[in-house]
Design a protein. Structure first.
Length: 550
């Protein structure tokens, strides 16, 4: 190999690496409000959330809500100051405990309540928070959420909530941190009499009020994260079926606007197909007790637990397009498959801190390829997931900043899926890989988790120390470069553009033969026994391969 060229190439890579580090390590500026939102403050840590009764009246004419939230909790440590979150411009009117009004102060979106009664360790207590106002309107739901106030084509109100990242406190008062999920809750929603509310869990009753409105009471018997709680209000009609799953009959209910009933009955056939595929890969649907619902919404869709929302226009793909560019993305309705996949990764297994949002999005984006594999074969799935790579930008690390409610790069979707597919190649045992995916959902059933817990579990169950792989792909934005060259019937190869200790094995076809190599940051040599050697990196590894022979 020409030494001058080699030197120039290395200088280029070194410059690229330095530029990358400078680009990807930019620091964000965070405020006191970010900390109040994102950290487990002492005003949160002393009490364990048990139950909510969220009771709200929705007034479409004024775009306002009023109501209350009853919060039941267990005392973990004696303290008398409690943090409850509610975002401006909503207001808390009063807080009651044991029939007595409690004093509180406001610091931005955090309210600090001074409790007069003694808070004894092990005791279960309640407070009732009355609140109301005009909540933030959603600008671009579900990404920039709030409440969507819209009309259907017949002029009837069509209303929904979205709040991931932004926080459930944008529309109701709660302990708005993901680490502490409520164990069960009752959701009571009062709406105009000609409309229906669909929320999480099972419908317990519908009460006709004297003023002509109706109150819908929904009970959630499983733990639920705050952003998973939702309201969907419209002129809905309902149809249903039973899915015969791993835990028996699963009730499936579908709510769509009245004019869309016929088309929904056809398009929503993807729901039982999804359940069959994902129960195979991930284990039983995690919320049999609360049923599965698919609900039409006035935005694209969202993974609200047992109340998955849908707005994909009743067509396959992502708004009719195949984001993979391979053709396989038009074999299924993207929103039904992706948002329902979150029932396992987001709602069953939930991040403690939004910095670890990749746990939700990487696994769920990867689930799309598993759906394809279940119905169309492994080659189709590999083609699909490779096709997603054109969407990756490598702008910053996938893991965000902790304790300030800051997620990482949007690459957690498409790059995250390709990371998991890469790890599957390292496991090199499809049965074991499937057992890892199912094991995650049983081991961390209805739990909030950290990245470390997920990393450690996958490493332990695979029998491979994957710490360097996770560090490279989750904590930097640099794509490893597999660099190689041929000379004198030998091949030299190494990793560049990576962390110093990155040592991931890689599978290649060397002279047409499947071969595993174990590169490091230092060049290694291998005899090729030919001057016409060829090498093709297995397409399932998310790396850049660079032949610098010439």
């Amino acid at each position: 190999m020409n030494k001058l060229f080699f030197g120039v190439f290395i200088a280029f890579l070194s410059g690229f690496s330095a530029h990358s580090q400078g680009l990807f390590n930019k620091t964000d500026t965070f405020t006191h409000q970010d900390s109040l939102r994102g950290i487990i403050t002492k005003e949160r840590a002393w009490w364990d959330l048990k139950y909510y009764h969220l009771n709200v009246k929705v007034n479409p004419a004024e775009k306002s809500i009023t109501g209350s939230n009853t919060v039941r909790y267990t005392v973990l440590k004696e303290y008398n100051k409690m943090q409850i979150d509610l975002q401006e411009p909503l207001q808390i009117y009063k807080v009651i405990q044991d029939g007595k009004e409690q004093q509180f102060t406001r610091n931005g979106n955090a309210f600090f309540i001074t409790l007069t009664a003694s808070q004894k360790v092990g005791e279960t207590k309640e407070i009732v928070i009355s609140y109301g106002g005009k909540p933030k309107e959603a600008i671009n739901p579900p990404w920039d959420g709030g409440i969507t106030w819209s009309k259907d084509k017949n002029g009837k109100d069509f209303i929904a909530s979205t709040c991931q990242g932004l926080g459930a406190s944008v529309w109701w008062p709660c302990k708005d941190h993901m680490y502490d999920e409520v164990e069960n809750m009752l959701i009571s929603v009062n709406v105009p009499g000609d409309l229906t509310d669909v929320s999480n869990g099972r419908l317990q009753s519908v009460k006709k009020e004297k003023d002509g409105t109706k109150t819908f009471n929904w009970y959630v018997s499983n733990p639920i994260n705050n952003y998973g709680v939702n309201i969907n209000i419209g002129d809905y009609v309902n149809f249903s079926e039973k899915f015969k799953g791993e835990k028996g009959d699963l009730d499936c209910n579908y709510y769509v606007l009245r004019d869309n009933l016929a088309i929904a009955k056809e398009q929503f056939k993807d729901a039982p197909r999804m359940l069959k595929a994902f129960e195979n890969w991930f284990g039983p649907y995690p919320f049999y007790e609360d049923s599965y619902k698919l609900v039409e919404a006035p935005y694209l869709g969202m993974e609200h637990q047992s109340s998955v929302t849908y707005g994909n226009g009743f067509e396959n793909g992502y708004r009719g397009n195949d984001i993979s560019g391979t053709g396989w993305g038009l074999k299924f309705d993207y929103i039904i498959i992706h948002e329902s996949g979150h029932e396992w990764f987001a709602n069953n297994i939930t991040y403690k801190d939004i910095a670890d949002m990749w746990i939700h999005e990487s696994f769920t984006c990867y689930s799309e390829s598993l759906f394809v594999e279940y119905y169309y074969g492994k080659e189709a799935a590999e083609t699909y997931i490779s096709g997603l790579r054109k969407m990756i930008v490598n702008d910053k690390p996938i893991i965000g900043s902790y304790d300030v409610n800051k997620e990482g790069s949007g690459d957690m979707y498409f790059k995250g899926a390709n990371i998991l597919n890469t790890i599957r190649q390292l496991v090199n045992d499809d049965a074991k890989w499937k057992s890892i995916l199912r094991g995650l959902n049983s081991t961390f059933y209805h739990q909030t988790v950290t990245t470390k817990q997920i990393e450690d579990y996958v490493s332990m169950q695979s029998g491979i120390n994957l710490s360097n792989v996770f560090d490279q792909y989750l904590r930097t934005a640099q794509v490893p470069i597999f660099e190689y060259f041929f000379r004198n019937q030998k091949m030299a190869y190494r990793w560049t553009n990576c962390l110093e200790k990155f040592d991931m094995p890689i599978k290649v076809k060397l002279n047409g033969v499947d071969t595993w190599l174990k590169p490091s940051n230092e060049y290694q040599e291998l005899e090729t026994k030919t001057d016409k050697a060829t090498l093709v990196v297995n397409k399932n590894f998310y790396v850049i391969d660079y032949n610098v022979t010439n």
